[in-house]
Design a protein around this ligand. Structure first.
Ligand code: NAG
Ligand code: NAG
Length: 447
């Protein structure tokens, strides 16, 4: 499969670097350790590396683009994953017509019949949507009052989580492995490695990418990985109106159901940007949030791998971040969840060449998030969940008031008890730019 769009990256580099600046600024709120890309060397020795790893010094923003490989196998219509008990057969992807979905990489229009129906579903769910106004683009510095308002539990400014959020695994030395933003051009390389290492992960996929690459989404699911939503166009959700959030989540849920035959019941908000309004809308649409572990403003479990592609950090710094994550994890009495991406060749090379071999050698139990919670894979999807060990977000008996301070959360540990630790770096100055630049990067090689 050729990817002319990727090869013409140079043409899109200005727009693309805007995406990356914004993504980095968002990430930098949670990983201030990784600012400089100037000569960074490893501060520790990895327990193991992959013998076929790309040399670390070659994993840079300017590395030659490696040709993509095909998916390790091609999912067939009617197949169903053995890991998901009760799963229906896979739909035929030839029935997925992009013309039946909104334009890629933009927040979908809110006046469509689909969004109108999902608005009614939210209204009928019985879950109250708090009257919190959208935030302004620019993150905490642009929203000082909102950032100090602990009642809205805005993760971005202070790391607040609710008991309904999943941000840790319960068992020590257990890692809920996650990859965001795919399925992408290098996802096949990652899938091939995970298969060979007998590892399974959770993929938070972007709805627009599921249109670009439905077979990639199917193979993730068929091979025993958990798949879950990551919005339609990757916006900072707290900046959107209720209707726009409904459109972002509703279309992602729909394309995943159309491609897989099942509906994920968790999602990850891009940049971790969620407050009680976003939480309530997600729950009303049947989804809990999955974050990544955060002990304090400086100790978030973010590898910052996203920023190698743009040159804003180095592969060595990403591994140093990984080492800090492991150090922090060793002080906790429970397991953890880390932020990584399957979007770029660099992020996949670092994961498969270094981080995963190291983690396996260290004896970590590496699992999809639903498995690290000691739940069966069938609990990850609305249609296959028996609702016993994993009560669905919406049901007559489980509509509960959100409560602060989940065990292991930043609030419970008191690490950010002021909730006003406002990073001095802005994030996502323009969601429009993110959307259009993402569109330039991906505009659809496989349509
Ligand atoms: C925890 O993470 C922080 C920030 O990355 C790092 O400075 C610190 O050394 C880590 N702690 C341990 C015990 O490794
Ligand atoms: C679980 O709950 C969902 C509603 O969230 C419902 O659609 C589904 O039928 C339930 N499953 C079972 C096995 O009862």
């Amino acid at each position: 499969m050729k990817h002319p769009v990727l090869l013409s990256l140079a043409a899109a580099s200005v727009a693309a670097s805007n995406v990356q600046v914004q993504h980095r600024q968002a990430a930098s709120q949670s990983s201030p350790a990784s600012r400089s890309s100037a000569a960074v060397s490893l501060t520790f020795t990895l327990a193991s590396t992959n013998p076929t790893a790309v040399p670390l010094s070659s994993i840079t923003a300017t590395m030659a683009t490696v040709p993509t490989i095909p998916l390790p196998s091609t999912p067939q219509a009617g197949a169903s994953p053995t890991a998901v008990s009760g799963a229906p057969g896979l739909p035929d992807t030839s029935t997925i017509n992009p013309a039946n979905y909104p334009p890629l990489d933009k927040t979908p229009p809110v006046n469509s019949p689909e969004v109108q129906a999902w608005k009614k579903e939210v209204a009928d769910s019985g879950i109250p949507i708090p009257d919190i106004p959208p935030t302004l683009p620019g993150g905490c510095p642009a929203n000082l009052a909102a950032a100090q308002d602990t009642s809205r539990c805005w993760w971005t400014c202070g790391g607040c989580v609710r008991s309904t959020d999943i941000s840790d695994c319960p068992d020590k030395k257990t890692w809920g492995l996650t990859f965001d933003d795919g399925p992408g051009f290098y996802t096949p390389n990652l899938l091939e490695y995970l298969d060979s290492a007998q590892l399974r992960a959770t993929f938070f996929t972007v709805g627009s990418r599921c249109i670009s690459n439905p077979k990639g989404l199917q193979l993730e699911y068929l091979n025993g990985h958990q798949v879950a939503g990551h919005t339609w166009s990757h916006p900072a959700l707290t900046t959107l109106t209720n209707d726009e959030i409904i459109a972002e989540l509703g279309w992602t849920r729909k394309v995943m159901k159309d491609v897989l035959g099942v509906t994920p019941n968790v999602m990850r908000p891009p940049y971790g940007d969620a407050d009680d309004r976003v939480r309530a809308i997600a729950r009303a649409l049947g989804m809990y949030l999955v974050m990544w572990t955060r002990l304090s403003p400086s100790a978030t479990f973010d590898t910052d791998d996203f920023n190698v592609h743009s040159g804003m950090t180095t592969s060595a710094q990403v591994l140093n971040n990984w080492n800090s994550i492991l150090g922090n994890a060793s002080t906790m009495d429970h397991g953890f969840i880390v932020l990584q991406h399957d979007l770029f060749q660099e992020t996949v090379d670092i994961a498969t060449g270094y981080i995963l071999p190291d983690a396996m050698k260290q004896g970590l139990q590496i699992k999809p998030v639903v498995s690290c919670l000691n739940k069966p894979m069938s609990d990850a999807y609305t249609e296959t969940n028996d609702n016993k060990t994993n009560p669905p977000p919406v049901s007559a008996t489980t509509v509960a008031t959100l409560t602060a301070g989940a065990p292991g959360s930043a609030q419970a540990t008191g690490a950010t008890s002021k909730n006003g630790a406002i990073p001095n770096v802005a994030f996502v100055p323009s969601t429009v730019l993110v959307g259009s630049a993402m569109a330039m990067l991906f505009a659809v090689s496989s349509l």
